[in-house]
Design a protein around this ligand. Structure first.
Ligand code: CP
Length: 293
């Protein structure tokens, strides 16, 4: 089965094949091409989402699939039903693939071993968010043509970031040079990436800001939003020091005026909304890969 659980372990050729297919879908003028007519895809979100959930739904509808939307808040999860029993229930009803977002890390692999239909990871805890990273790679490739040698700084809450992890695996395969920049209490040290100060981080081709994930923090990690902004935020003053060719990225949702000044979200060097736009063709490519190989 063509599940997509993470970018860790995915080879360069496979990543490039997904990006090329996304480019094919982006070029199509006809919005709906029903190559998945008669196939059923369930979007199973056990954690909140706007971009990922809706861009998967748009992608599925553009491919002509039948779409089922599962929301944990309105389901028997509220009566204590487990994630496995929920997914198994939908599988027993005949879905052909499942898009799944989970709060805990480390559950998805085991789930995928017990479920027969392909599963696509739409974000699992702080582990991986592979389709976000693929759309980020796609956005960088759109801007720079190729990623080999590209200097990418990922700045912010690395410790809680599945986006940073998936980007690391993908960028490494494509030959980019990754640096992390984070306060001590937002660092993780499993990945072989150097930490640099904020001034050095700004000297990159791509400056990727991360959301401070207030919902995943135990108390005390951030003393104040203003202090975080002063030390690690992309302020207008810092943005003015970026190279003219550099681009600003952020997976969103954005905490405006915390990790990035509100006025920079639609700055000419920002690619934040193009990232969201690119999410649709990239997810079309991923769903097609899951269901058609
Ligand atoms: N970037 C991202 O995953 O956004 P959502 O949480 O809104 O899906």
């Amino acid at each position: 089965q063509n599940s997509l659980l993470g970018l860790k372990g995915m080879g360069r050729e496979e990543i490039e094949s997904i990006l090329s297919r996304a480019s094919h879908w982006e070029r199509q003028e006809q919005k709906v091409q029903p190559v998945l007519a008669g196939r059923f895809v369930a979007n199973m979100f056990f954690e909140n989402s706007t971009r990922t959930r809706f861009s998967f739904e748009v992608a599925e509808k553009r491919l002509g699939a039948e779409v089922l939307n599962f929301s944990a808040a309105a389901s028997s999860v509220q009566k204590g039903e487990s994630i496995y029993d929920t997914v198994r229930t939908l599988e027993s009803m005949g879905i052909d693939a499942g898009i799944i977002r989970l709060k805990p890390a480390g559950v998805l692999q085991e789930l995928a071993e017990r479920i027969q239909v392909p599963l696509i990871n739409a974000g699992d805890g702080n582990n991986e968010h592979p389709t976000q990273a693929l759309l980020d790679l796609y956005t960088m490739r759109q801007q720079f043509g190729q990623l080999a040698g590209l200097r990418v700084s990922i700045i912010g809450d690395i410790k809680h970031s599945r986006v940073a992890r998936s980007n690391y695996w993908g960028l490494k395969q494509l030959g980019a040079k990754v640096s992390f920049c984070a306060p001590d209490n937002m660092r993780e040290h499993e990945l072989d990436v150097p930490y640099v100060g904020i001034d050095e981080a700004l000297q990159a081709d791509v400056v990727m800001m991360l959301r401070v994930q207030l919902e995943r923090h135990e108390g005390g990690m951030i003393r104040s939003a203003e202090e975080y902004r002063e030390q690690y935020g992309l302020t207008a003053e810092r943005a003015a020091r970026l190279a003219p060719h550099a681009i600003i990225m952020h997976p969103a949702p954005v905490n405006r005026d915390v990790e990035i000044d509100g006025d920079l979200v639609e700055h000419p060097q920002s690619r934040i909304f193009p990232q969201m736009q690119n999410g649709v063709p990239v997810r079309m490519a991923v769903i097609e890969r899951a269901l058609r190989g």
